[in-house]
Design a binder for this molecule. Structure first.
Ligand code: NCD
Length: 309
């Protein structure tokens, strides 16, 4: 029997494996009918101990479009966690019912605990302020579709870089490509954690920390906006003080490149003004669509299913 693969951290996959996932995601769009029944009789469990719209629904849509079915819960309160059951017991139980599990949990590392207790593949759909590898796969597919490459570009990451798990995973992923410069735009209190800085230094990456979005704008190829992560703040006062740190509007885009790609994992609160949505550089809803395609490719990979050539 082949070894069970999980996706806990983006670096669980090699760059070559990520390329393959991107190819399959593109093939799914081009040859959609070939994939319609490919996961017949397979079940995906979606265990969401924390709220989600895009991640959970795109996983569910992905499995349904592959001809499989989905079961699970969308909040801890409607699972036995409300009765005091441990994560590992919940996972071990659900692993008896499904073929693959996508889980989100507010505690960093929870999916690792889960993966130890089951023999079905586990996908980390976000663990606290730590990592969010499937958002990163989504982001990589979006960048590849928009730019035609994943190397040689300047990426501005703006907002809550401390608690924003999508930022941490995206940096980890992009460190493996040539010629990437990171411009980290945040208030001092919301800078990326030290372990992310250590990874960038270890990889010999070029990175700078700045506070002004306007000053950084002209050199950016990608602008990755994020919301201030209210639920991970220790007190409301700090959140209120920092919540309006960055609001991207058309005025701020006046000195941006014409082929800038504006991304956001969503949900947005107010950090991108809605007037930006009609700008051709705004890609965040396209990004949400990419999320479904790449999750279809991911489910196939972890289940070991390929379309017949
Ligand atoms: C992100 C998350 O959950 O970390 N959302 C998502 O999955 N698309 C970003 C966020 O909540 O700010």
């Amino acid at each position: 029997m082949s070894e069970i693969r999980n996706l806990i951290n983006i670096t669980d996959f090699t760059v070559e494996e990520i390329d393959e996932l991107i190819d399959v995601a593109n093939d799914i769009v081009e040859n959609h009918s070939e994939y319609e029944d490919i996961c017949n009789h397979k079940k995906l469990g979606t265990l969401f101990f924390e709220p989600s719209t895009r991640t959970r629904l795109s996983f569910e849509a992905a499995m349904l479009e592959l001809g499989g079915s989905v079961l699970g819960f969308s909040e801890a309160g409607s699972s036995s966690a409300a009765k005091g059951e441990s994560v590992s017991d919940t996972i071990q139980t659900v692993g008896c019912y499904v073929d693959i599990i996508a889980m989100r949990h507010p505690k960093e590392g929870a999916p690792i605990v889960g993966a130890k207790r089951t023999t079905v593949p586990i996908i980390n759909a976000g663990d606290g302020g730590h990592f969010h590898p499937t958002q990163t796969l989504t982001d990589l597919l979006t960048i590849s579709r928009k730019k035609g490459r994943l190397n040689n570009m300047t990426i501005g990451l703006c907002g809550d870089l401390k608690f924003g798990r999508t930022v941490h995973s995206l940096i980890e992923a992009m460190l493996r490509y040539e010629g990437i410069k990171f411009v980290l735009i945040s208030p001092e209190e919301l800078q990326v954690p030290d372990y992310v800085k250590a990874s960038m230094d270890k990889a010999g990456a070029e990175w700078v920390e700045v506070e002004s979005l306007e000053d950084a704008m002209p050199e950016l190829d990608i602008l990755y906006m994020t919301r201030i992560q209210r639920e991970r703040f220790f007190n409301e006062e700090d959140y209120v003080r920092l919540k309006d740190s960055y609001i991207l509007d058309l005025d701020k885009l006046s000195n941006a490149k014409e082929d800038l790609t504006i991304m956001h994992p969503l949900p947005r609160v107010n950090e991108i003004s809605t007037e930006v949505d009609d700008d051709p550089r705004a890609c965040y809803f396209f990004q949400a669509l990419c999320g479904k395609h790449i999750r279809m490719a991911l489910i196939l990979k972890l289940l070991g299913i390929k379309r017949e050539a």
